[in-house]
Design a protein around this ligand. Structure first.
Ligand SMILES: [Zn+2]
Length: 184
């Protein structure tokens, strides 16, 4: 069973879900036993792929009031794109029918901050080097976050150019204080 929702329909579901999240203190996605059993039997058909940061304050299913089987989520610090992420996107688009890909950055991202201040070492540097090349000398933190997500969008679009058309890639920023998602 593949997803049949268009990118446009998926985007409006996400926007509505985010409004619901902001106006309520309780997560409202369907995580019932019934949906768990149904998706275990019938398989998954997520309408959207979300690529976001590992930051513990960013919880995609809650942010969009989504439940089991709705979001195909890829998480890595700084929401940078590597070959594994590309493979995951390709899989969701080809085999699960996902038509919308959202790169979701967030305010006060530690990975972006570390890239701005050149303070990473070890394996973390492989992440901040990627972010650094996307943000250049940007000194405004929010603007740097936006440049970073826009870079991830263009990495996806150029690597998967044959498939773009089958799915739509959009950039968004999550405000970790207000809970609001702004699509760029
Ligand atoms: Zn982050």
């Amino acid at each position: 069973m593949k997803n049949t929702k268009t990118a446009e329909a998926a985007l409006s579901i996400l926007k509505e879900g985010n409004k619901k999240y902001i106006s309520s203190d309780v997560p409202s996605g369907d995580i019932s036993r019934a949906i768990r059993e149904r998706t275990a039997e019938a398989g998954q058909s997520p309408h959207t792929v979300v690529i976001t940061c590992s930051d513990s304050r960013v919880i995609p299913e809650c942010i969009f009031s989504a439940g089991i089987g709705e979001l195909f989520v890829i998480r890595v610090a700084g929401n940078v794109i590597d070959r594994h992420a590309l493979g995951s996107i390709e899989y969701a688009a080809d085999h699960l029918g996902s038509r919308l890909v959202v790169v979701l950055g967030h305010t006060h991202c530690g990975a972006v901050g570390a890239a701005m201040h050149h303070e990473a070492g070890g394996f973390v540097k492989s992440i901040t080097d990627e972010i650094q090349s996307a943000i250049g000398g940007e000194t405004d933190e929010l603007r740097a976050c936006e440049k970073n997500v826009l870079n991830s969008v263009s990495v996806i679009e150029s690597a998967l150019s044959d498939a773009v058309g089958d799915f739509t890639v959009v950039a968004a920023i999550y405000d970790i204080k207000s809970g609001e998602v702004t699509f760029l």
